[in-house]
Design a binder for this molecule. Structure first.
Ligand SMILES: Nc1ncnc2c1ncn2[C@@H]1O[C@H](COP(=O)(O)OP(=O)(O)O)[C@@H](O)[C@H]1O
Ligand SMILES: [Mg+2]
Length: 380
C-alpha cells in the first residue's frame, strides 16, 4: 500500500515535470516568434538606404556626394568595418547620411550599360585589302598580348595603344574586332562623342570605370571610336562643357600613362579627323603608333567585293567591270553594293544576281554618297 502511494506521487511529479518542459518549449517558440516579427517590423519601418559617392575622407568625417550633386560631411557607422576611400560607392542612411556599408567596386560599373562589351568573332580573313595594316596590328597588339615574355627577353616595350585613322567605313572597327578576337580578348567599345554627351560632369569618372572594367575583364582591348570628340585640339576652353571634355580627356591621358605597356589591356583609338587631334594623345607612351586605313585601291576593292559576295550566286557578272565602276568606294559602300544588288534580284523574282543588278546597285550607292557629301554640313 505504501509503495503504491509512493508510485502514484512519483507519477504525478513526473507528469508535472513533463508539463513544465512542454510549457518551456512552447514559451521559447513564442518568444522566438515575437523577436522574428519584431525584426520583420523594423525592416519594414526602416527607410531605404541611399547610394552615394565618397569624395574625400577627412579626419572629422567623410565627404559624400549624392546623385543630385549635393555634398555632405557625414559619419561612418561603427558597424561598417571596411575602409572607405575616395571614389568608393557606399550605402548611407537616409536621415543623417551615416555610411552603413561599402558597395563592392565591381557592382558600381554604370558603364557596363553604356559601353559595348563583347567577345567578337571577326576574323582577319573577313577584312579585304588591309594586309599591311593587319600585319602591323598583329605585331603591336596581338604579339605582346600573346607573348609578353618575348618582349621582355628582347628588352623592348610594345606600344600601349595605336591610332587607326582614315575615312569612315574603311574597316577600322573590323581591324580592332579582329585583333580582339584573335587574342581572345574582351572588346570594350566606347564612342567618345556619346561619352561626352551622355555623362555631363561624369566623363572623367566613366573613363576611370572603363579602364577598371578593362583590367577586370583582361585581356581586353579598349576601342575608342570618334576619338576626336574627346581629344580634339581646343582653341579656347571657355564654356563649362568644354572644360568638362577637357577633364575627361585629362583622365584618359592619366589612365593611359598609368598602366604598363606589357599589361594585358590595349587601347585602339579611331578617328577620321586625325588633323584636329591634340598631339598630347599621340605622344610616346600613349597612342604612339599611327596606322592609316585608306580607301581601298582596285585590288583591295576586289578583295572586299569577294568577301561580301561570297554567299551570293552571281550569274554572268564581269567582276572586273563592276570593280572599276566602284572607284573611291569604301568597304562599307562595297558591302552596300552587294546588298542592293541582291535586292534588285529579289524584286525581279530571281535568286541569282546578274551584272545589271550590280551596275544598278553601284549607281544607287554612288548617288547616296554624293547626296550625303552635298548635305554633310546639314546632317553632320
Ligand atoms: N576592308 C574591309 N573589308 C571588308 N569589309 C569592310 C571593309 N571595310 C568596311 N567593311 C564593311 O563595312 C562595315 C563598316 O566598316 P567599319 O569597320 O565599321 O568601318 P570604320 O570603323 O572604318 O568606319 C563593316 O562591318 C564591313 O561590313
Ligand atoms: Mg567604325
Amino acid at each position: 500500500m505504501k509503495t503504491k502511494a509512493k508510485d502514484e506521487i512519483k507519477d504525478a511529479i513526473l507528469g508535472y515535470t513533463a508539463n513544465v518542459d512542454d510549457l518551456d518549449a512552447e514559451n521559447r517558440i513564442l518568444r522566438e516568434t515575437v523577436t522574428h516579427l519584431k525584426d520583420e517590423l523594423s525592416k519594414f519601418q526602416k527607410n531605404p538606404l541611399i547610394i552615394a559617392e565618397v569624395k574625400d575622407v577627412l579626419d572629422n568625417g567623410v565627404v559624400l556626394k549624392l546623385t543630385n550633386g549635393n555634398e555632405f560631411l557625414v559619419d561612418v557607422s561603427p558597424g561598417c568595418t571596411e575602409k572607405i576611400h575616395p571614389g568608393d560607392f557606399v550605402l548611407a542612411e537616409q536621415k543623417n547620411l551615416t555610411i552603413i556599408r561599402k558597395i563592392p567596386s565591381s557592382k558600381s560599373f554604370n558603364v557596363e550599360r553604356y559601353v559595348i562589351i563583347e567577345k567578337p568573332d571577326t576574323k582577319f580573313t573577313d577584312i579585304g585589302g588591309l594586309e599591311q595594316q593587319a600585319e602591323e596590328i598583329k605585331e603591336v597588339i596581338e604579339l605582346p598580348l600573346l607573348k609578353p615574355e618575348l618582349f621582355k627577353k628582347v628588352g623592348i616595350e610594345p606600344p600601349k595603344g595605336i591610332l587607326l585613322h582614315g575615312p569612315p567605313g574603311t574597316g577600322k572597327t573590323l581591324l580592332a574586332k579582329a585583333v580582339a578576337s584573335s587574342t581572345n580578348s574582351t572588346f570594350i567599345e566606347v564612342v567618345a562623342s556619346e561619352l561626352v554627351q551622355k555623362f555631363i560632369g561624369e566623363g572623367a569618372k566613366q573613363i576611370k570605370e572603363i579602364f577598371q572594367l578593362a583590367r577586370e575583364k583582361a585581356p581586353s582591348v579598349i576601342f575608342i571610336d570618334e576619338l576626336d570628340a574627346l581629344a580634339a585640339k581646343r582653341i579656347d576652353i571657355g564654356t563649362s562643357g568644354e572644360r568638362e571634355v577637357q577633364r575627361t580627356f585629362m583622365q584618359l591621358l592619366a589612365e593611359i600613362d598609368g598602366f604598363k605597356p606589357l599589361g594585358n589591356v590595349k587601347i585602339i583609338g579611331c578617328t577620321n579627323r586625325k588633323d584636329i587631334l591634340d598631339p598630347a594623345i599621340l605622344r610616346p607612351g600613349r597612342l604612339d603608333r599611327l596606322i592609316e586605313v585608306p580607301i581601298p585601291n582596285e585590288a583591295g576593292r576586289r578583295d572586299i567585293f569577294k568577301i561580301h559576295t561570297k554567299r551570293m550566286t552571281l550569274e554572268k557578272v564581269d567582276v572586273d567591270k563592276v570593280i572599276k565602276k566602284m572607284e573611291n568606294f569604301s568597304g562599307a559602300e562595297i558591302r552596300a553594293v552587294a546588298t542592293e544588288a541582291g535586292y534588285f534580284a529579289i524584286r525581279a523574282n530571281r535568286t541569282k544576281v546578274k551584272e545589271d543588278d550590280m551596275l544598278k546597285a553601284v549607281e544607287k550607292v554612288r548617288q547616296e554618297e554624293e547626296f550625303e557629301e552635298e548635305y554633310k554640313d546639314i546632317f553632320g
